[in-house]
Design a protein around this ligand. Structure first.
Ligand SMILES: NC(=O)c1ccc[n+]([C@@H]2O[C@H](COP(=O)([O-])OP(=O)(O)OC[C@H]3O[C@@H](n4cnc5c(N)ncnc54)[C@H](OP(=O)(O)O)[C@@H]3O)[C@@H](O)[C@H]2O)c1
Length: 318
């Protein structure tokens, strides 16, 4: 099993992690808790020992489903959860990285995950108001109190990471990254390499787009967040479908599935430590886990990058 160290001194974890956003059951169309639990168990069976969730995924539901599916195994794997997005009194989602919200959110996550200590605890999004130093100091206090073990930052740029590092250690940074969305990694590479921070990617399958199952005629229900994502609308969607076609062709040539090639392309990028994938069903986990231990030929990695550049940048046929 292909593994990597979490941060400079954390445990070894599988290079694929199961993402718990879809199993929150909110905004991903039909989700069945029984199948979600099956997906978690299948991931464990296949040696995946990193599970990512957030308090906001299904407003706690993802953490609850994950905890009950993992059962006693939740003590031996690396569970990551996040705080920093909350539902305001009027129902609107709002970012809040304040120490007071952190303490409240952490109590909730510990309870739902049925853990005494969360192995990896992320700031989900900076809120634009709370200085990162204040958030970091509170994270360190929670660590010293034994409630969390390692600190992660998600959706932050290099400047915030440097400021956070001046306060305390960071084990992981989480950012969006896939063949159709490559912007976030470059600016962080130097810091991550220097500090041996693990780069963890989300949206590695572009919300399923790179599995090759969508066409220009695909539509999404109102309860599926993809109906409002840029990646799934207008020209951007058509361009992404061309990238998905390139992935499918490469997969055919290699005797693999498109999901495996798309995830493998992410894992084969210098600087990427762990790729997360979301899955709602056990068979998706089995498919995706097939990306482990099978690096793509360098020529295929290069060609896919070039084909994605061309698909995303060149004019569309009229
Ligand atoms: N830090 C952050 O701000 C942030 C943001 C987003 C996500 N994340 C984390 O990253 C994880 C991964 O991102 P994501 O879940 O948004 O997107 P993703 O991994 O790119 O796509 C997941 C979706 O793709 C489809 N899929 C997965 N495997 C498939 C397969 N083999 N064949 C066909 N379809 C497949 C499933 O949806 P359908 O079956 O419905 O098509 C699944 O829910 C999340 O679960 C979460 O843990 C973090």
């Amino acid at each position: 099993m292909e593994r990597t160290r979490l941060g400079p001194d954390g445990p070894l974890i599988s290079r694929l992690g199961l993402g718990g956003c879809p199993i929150g059951g909110h905004g991903w169309g039909h989700v069945d808790d029984h199948e979600s639990a099956g997906a978690v168990r299948r991931a464990l069976d296949l040696g995946i020992d990193h599970f990512d969730t957030a308090d906001v995924y299904g407003l706690g539901h993802s953490e609850e489903v994950l905890a009950s599916a993992l059962g006693p195994d939740r003590e031996r794997v690396v569970v990551a959860t996040k705080f920093g997005v909350r539902r305001a009194d009027d129902g609107a989602m709002t970012k809040d990285a304040s120490p007071a919200h952190l303490r409240r959110a952490l109590e909730g996550s510990l309870r739902r995950l049925r853990l005494d200590c969360i192995p990896l605890y992320y700031l989900h999004w900076p809120d634009g108001r709370t200085p990162i130093e204040e958030t970091m100091l509170e994270l360190l206090r929670r660590r010293d109190a034994g409630q969390i073990r390692m600190i992660g930052l998600s959706n932050v740029g290099p400047e915030l990471i440097e400021r956070a590092l001046a306060v305390g250690p960071v084990h992981a940074v989480q950012l969006p990254f896939s063949l159709v969305d490559r912007g976030a990694l470059g600016p962080l590479r130097a810091i991550a390499d220097r500090e041996r921070i693990t780069v963890v990617t989300w949206g590695s399958l572009a919300q399923g787009l790179l599995t090759g199952k969508f066409t220009a005629g695909s539509t999404f229900d109102r309860d599926d967040r993809r109906h409002r994502y840029d990646n799934f609308s207008g020209d951007r969607f058509l361009r992404n479908l061309r990238v998905a076609d390139a992935v499918r062709e490469a997969a055919e040539g290699l005797g693999q599935t498109p999901a495996q090639v798309a995830l493998r392309w992410v894992l084969d990028q210098p600087g990427v430590g762990v790729a997360l994938f979301g899955a709602k069903r056990p068979e998706q986990v089995v498919d995706n886990a097939g990306a482990l231990d099978r690096p793509l030929p360098a020529e295929v990695v290069r060609r896919l990058s070039e084909e994605a550049d061309a698909a995303l940048l060149e004019p569309l046929p009229v």
